[in-house]
Design a protein around this ligand. Structure first.
Ligand code: GAP
Length: 452
């Protein structure tokens, strides 16, 4: 099949369709007609998501000194959200179309224009209500006595789980300032307009690092710049096209209630430049507010300078789903005769696929099964014996499998297999015993050709 140039929005539709067809991402609660703003990750999507989070954790936590991880509860005492300012200020401006009662964010002109055009096409007049602030915290009820259940909130950002544990981390780990506390986990927002596939959902995951620094503007901004640089390098290290990435500084009226300075890393999506993640200077907002509201002293004693102070916070806050979508968009290529996901090998759901040349030759199948099972001890490897080899190649290319190994009659004689590279389609003949090393080499960045 020959593919022509396609419109960029079309690319998003193609990704959505590929994700559904190949088991990456499904609409949430689909058999009941769905639930707007929720998505379920299928067999390949959950692998991709896991690999992405692992790549973040390795880069931000494991490879860096003075960074600690936590895993806090999603359900928290509701006072947390009063202290953090979310009950009062976690709002988006909402407007309603008086013609059809659909609600929109007043700060998203593209969505509004699209809606106005839809009514204009039907020759309908449109009137908007005045913008009003709409709180996007998701409420839940907790307790067992009917009528006495208390209202709590599903966390609107994972951040507060770190700050309320500041004292616990300091008392148990005795870190020297500056130090970081990282967390990955779910967050929930009652988004007015979920859209663009997983880009804006009502349930999503975040990967965050809160770095505690001395309350000094120079030190804080130095850390801010280190974090900006570090976060951009993460996307580049995972192979994202650098021309599709940029920084954007938030204007003062755009910043969240806690932020003194904020920059986004943006990706050029099919619908324009949009946010991947944010780097925020939160000052002493969180620890001061939690000290005040809880009555606990959340200051830090610096053993070196013998000073006591409330640290400031520099935060890096990434979603999981937005980078995941951008990695997919960036990796998606239509070539003359195939669709290929050129995902970074660390992210690929399957690191390799093993094929017996013929499904009806037991000696080939047995050899191939043995190779497949031995690789599976520490690598996620697929088995495929359906259709001809060409079809199997293209099926694996479409889901980003890095290498395929075909077991044929020569394998039975000399133990060699044909290994094909996803990106170049190049094939080499190598010992099946070396397969694990070759695959690991590709994951760690070695050139395929060096194994010849
Ligand atoms: N703790 C700071 C914080 O939560 P944010 O800019 O509101 O900051 C950080 O969110 C990141 O979380 C965003 O850059 C984005 O990647 C992700 N995110 C936020 N809202 C989202 C949504 N509705 N759907 C998917 N991801 C979202």
């Amino acid at each position: 099949m020959l593919y022509g140039m396609c419109h960029m929005i079309n690319k998003l539709e193609k990704i959505v369709s590929l994700c559904k067809r190949r088991g990456f991402i499904f609409p949430g609660s689909e058999i009941y007609g769905g639930l707007r703003g929720t998505w379920d990750y299928g067999p390949l999507g959950s692998e991709l998501k896991f690999n992405l989070k692992q790549a973040w954790w390795d880069y931000m936590v494991k490879q860096r000194e003075s960074v600690f991880g936590v895993n806090a509860s999603i359900l928290m005492n509701p006072k947390v959200w009063e202290a953090s300012g979310h009950v009062a200020s976690f709002t988006d401006p909402l407007i309603e179309c008086k013609t059809c009662n659909e609600r929109f964010r007043a700060d998203k002109p593209t969505d509004i224009k699209e809606h106005e055009e839809m009514h204009a096409q039907k020759k309908e007049k449109i009137f908007w209500t005045e913008p009003k602030q709409f709180n996007i915290l998701v409420e839940a009820k907790l307790g067992v006595i009917e009528g006495e259940k208390s209202t709590i909130y599903l966390r609107g950002e994972i951040t507060q789980g770190v700050h309320v544990n500041f004292k616990n981390v300091v008392d148990s780990m005795h870190p020297k300032i500056p130090f970081g506390v990282a967390q990955i986990g779910k967050a929930f927002r009652n988004e007015i307009t979920p859209r663009n596939f997983v880009f804006r959902s009502r349930e999503f995951e975040q990967m965050e690092m809160q770095t505690y620094v001395k309350p000094d503007e120079k030190e804080a901004m130095a850390m801010f710049n280190i974090m900006k640089d570090l976060r951009m390098k993460w996307y580049l290290a995972l192979g994202v096209n650098k021309n599709k990435l940029r920084f954007r500084e938030h204007a003062p009226d755009e910043r969240a209630h806690y932020a003194r300075a904020a920059w986004d890393i943006e990706y050029e999506t099919p619908w324009g430049w949009d946010e991947a993640e944010g780097i925020h200077h939160r000052g002493d907002w969180d620890l001061s507010r939690h000290s005040k509201f809880s009555g606990e002293d959340l200051s830090y004693f610096d053993q070196e300078t013998k000073e006591r102070f409330i640290p400031w916070v520099i935060e890096t806050s990434a979603g999981v789903e937005r980078p995941l979508l951008y990695f997919l968009l960036d990796a998606y290529c239509e070539e003359e005769d195939r669709v290929v996901l050129k995902l970074h090998p660390k992210l690929s759901p399957y690191k390799a696929a093993v094929f017996p040349l013929l499904k009806n030759k037991p000696e080939l199948v047995e050899k191939a099964r043995n190779i497949y099972l031995s690789l599976r001890s520490d690598l996620n490897v697929a088995w495929d014996d359906r259709g001809n080899i060409g079809k199997r190649y293209y099926s694996q290319d479409e889901i980003g499998t890095i290498l395929t190994a075909t077991i044929d009659f020569q394998t039975l004689k000399d133990g060699t297999v044909t290994i094909r590279d996803r990106d170049t389609k190049e094939q080499i003949r190598a010992k099946s015993d070396d397969l694990g090393t070759i695959i690991r080499g590709r994951i760690d960045g070695n050139d395929f050709a060096s194994f010849k």
